[in-house]
Write a protein of this length. Structure first.
Length: 179
């Protein structure tokens, strides 16, 4: 839902504009050619690479800068390892459940043993689904370290050169005059 705060001149973009790695703090579709678009980060980190210069013309989707992604990649590796452990536990619980069901069908074990195996399997399956969801959530956030241009325009100011650490969410890193 678009909004315009006249005091700060912040505008939100409506609908289909999905921009990876940035927050647009000022933009309007209805305003003439010199709309200022302020771009900030949704995550904290150090600016490792700036691909543009002040005064340079940029196209929508063009890579502007990168934040250090090493901690995001390290956490992704950890989450993938946890997912693998959860999958192995699920596979083991399935084998145990199949054995318990077979023994129960042949009246060798009690209903309690079968139910315990079913519970272990259900818990293992839930843990595996949770691990998959954690990886997906992290993958969604880890792409915010790559900042791309939301519009065609000219870079008017770079507030975060390489080496700068962006500490707060939504810290403005650069400004583009939209065409």
């Amino acid at each position: 839902m678009p909004y315009l705060n006249k005091k700060s001149n912040f505008v939100s973009v409506k609908g289909s504009l999905l921009i990876i790695g940035l927050m647009v703090t000022s933009m309007s579709h209805a305003v003439a050619a010199s709309t200022s678009v302020k771009i900030g980060s949704l995550v904290s980190g150090q600016v490792t690479k700036v691909f543009i210069e002040e005064g340079q013309t940029v196209k929508q989707g063009q890579k502007l800068l990168n934040l250090d992604g090493s901690r995001y990649q390290a956490k992704l590796a950890l989450l993938n390892a946890q997912k693998k452990v959860a999958k192995l536990d699920l596979d083991d619980a399935k084998i145990e459940l199949d054995q318990a069901l077979d023994l129960y069908d042949r009246t060798v074990t009690s209903k309690r043993t079968r139910d315990a195996s079913q519970l272990r399997y259900d818990l293992a399956r839930a843990n595996y689904e949770k691990a998959k969801a954690e990886v997906a959530v992290h993958q969604a956030w880890s792409k915010y370290v790559y900042i791309k241009s939301p519009v065609n325009g000219k870079v008017s100011k770079i507030f975060a050169p390489a080496g700068t650490t962006v500490y707060k969410e939504n810290t403005i890193m650069l400004e583009i005059e939209a065409e």
